[in-house]
Design a protein around this ligand. Structure first.
Ligand code: ZN
Length: 141
């Protein structure tokens, strides 16, 4: 999966330091994020008035899911290794993700009890690990 430079970065309308409305693009840097094998392109912005540089963290989302990828993967990791759901997220959401994972694990590898390697394998194959759809190729960003 590649987070390219076409990602629709949210940008602040005003500088958070000096309130200037002139916040300009300032190139991209590659950053590593938890759960990703390769660095992701990360947008930088710069305020020409006070010279503050902003680095915008990508909040990645799977299509159709309102929680971020990192949240979903954290939930799966907790369920798989600690046999419990994350306390901060509604249980129904996490059960839904886990059922999706079981569905994809069965479909792609005939694995009845998915573990961390199963999740990685599904992601590296380019699929959304928690999708309930059979056609769930990940949206390329
Ligand atoms: Zn500024």
């Amino acid at each position: 999966m590649e987070l390219g430079k076409k990602y629709p970065w949210p940008r602040p309308a005003r500088c958070l330091s000096c309130k200037s409305s002139r916040v300009w693009g300032h190139g991209y840097v590659q950053r590593y994020y938890e759960g990703f094998l390769r660095p992701l392109w990360t947008r930088r912005l710069r305020c020409p008035d006070c010279h503050t540089v902003y680095t915008l963290r990508p909040d990645l989302f799977y299509r159709g899911f309102r929680y971020s990828v990192l949240t979903i993967l954290s939930s799966l990791a907790s369920k798989i290794s600690d046999l419990r759901w994350l306390p901060s997220i509604p249980r129904q959401n996490q059960q839904y993700w886990y059922r999706g994972l079981k569905l994809q694990a069965q479909r792609l590898g005939n694995v009845p009890f998915p573990d961390g390697d199963t999740v990685k394998g599904i992601i590296l194959s380019g699929f959304i690990p928690v999708s309930h759809l059979l056609d769930c190729a990940m949206l390329r960003l």
